[in-house]
Design a protein around this ligand. Structure first.
Ligand code: NAP
Length: 279
């Protein structure tokens, strides 16, 4: 499993992690077995959120006895992200996750509470050892600029954003911004949530062709493309140990420049949209 820090000097994070949205909707024991298998295979970055129903308690059970192996991320809802509300929300998440700290705490998306309040709370939580770092999610460059003004350089460790083969809007400005400021880019919904290219489509056939050349799967090729630069990470959600194992193998797959160029052409980036797409 390849690993890079979000920013220089930070702890190494596996390029392929594990999402947990809707993980509480299937069989609980299978979900826990899947997350554990992922940790065994090096997918130690686990992404959850106060918004994800019962996902935090499922993660707690999966991490039992091996908290130190995990890079644990949770998120505060924008409606809770006031100075006091952020601290209360974090403490609630810590309790549900049965841990004393998060490795990274994110503002889920930009809301109406001033960023200065959320940052002040993040810094207080960091000072108390309850979070090791913090970041943002669904932030476009104007929001990132504003956050940088509030917090200063070197504070925004990552920006978690929608990124998959059929949705490459962040390549226009968000990735360049993050690379310029040492902020990791975490691709959420890397399989398009539930919209992975069909093997019957032309682009889907190209994925298959490249996969066969590497004795890999189409999903592994997609994840390798999405994590092709050191600034890029992905957090697929998988509900079974078999799917988790499939995804983990992408952490050792490197595509050639020609393969990247062919995928780039088959899944065009498209024009820059006015707003940042999000789920
Ligand atoms: P996703 O990871 O793009 O896709 C999940 C779907 O892919 C599930 O139906 C899953 O099925 C299937 N799948 C996974 N691995 C597979 C494999 N190897 N073979 C076949 N099918 C496979 O969707 P997502 O859950 O939307 O995104 C991932 C994570 O990103 C979320 O769980 C969440 O942690 C995060 N996220 C963050 C935000 C945000 O606003 N910050 C928004 C959306 C998502 P099974 O469950 O059956 O394995």
């Amino acid at each position: 499993m390849k690993r890079h820090p979000f920013a220089a000097g930070g702890p190494p994070v596996p390029v392929i992690g594990q999402g947990t949205w809707y993980i509480d909707h299937g069989d609980r024991a299978t979900a826990i077995a899947a997350l554990r298998r992922g940790i065994d295979l090096g997918m130690t970055h686990i992404d959850t959120a106060e918004m994800y129903g019962d996902a935090e308690p499922v993660v707690a059970e999966a991490m039992a006895g091996r908290r130190d192996d995990v890079f644990l991320v949770s998120k505060v809802l924008p409606s809770n992200a006031s100075r006091r509300g952020t601290i209360t929300a974090c403490e609630r998440s810590l309790k549900r996750l049965k841990t004393d700290r998060l490795d990274c705490y994110l503002l889920h998306w930009r809301g109406s509470i001033p960023l200065a309040e959320t940052v002040a709370a993040f810094e207080e939580l960091a000072g108390a050892g309850k979070i090791r770092s913090w970041g943002v999610s669904n932030f476009d460059v104007d929001d990132l600029d504003e956050m940088l003004d509030v917090a200063g350089e070197g504070k925004i460790t990552c920006n978690q954003v929608l990124y998959h083969l059929q949705e490459r809007a962040i390549e226009h400005a968000v990735i360049p911004w993050c690379e310029a400021h040492g902020t990791g880019v975490v691709a959420y919904s890397p399989f398009g949530h539930n919209d992975f290219p069909s093997p019957h489509s032309k682009p889907g056939q190209l994925l298959q062709q490249i996969a066969e050349a590497h004795r890999a799967t189409a999903r592994q090729v997609a994840l390798a493309f999405l994590t092709r630069r050191p600034s890029l990470f992905a957090i697929p959600k998988a509900g079974s140990p078999a799917h988790v194992a499939d995804n983990a193998a992408a952490g050792n797959l490197t595509l050639g420049d020609d393969e990247i160029a062919r995928l780039d052409k088959a899944f065009p980036r498209g024009p820059k949209p006015r707003g940042l797409p999000m789920l």
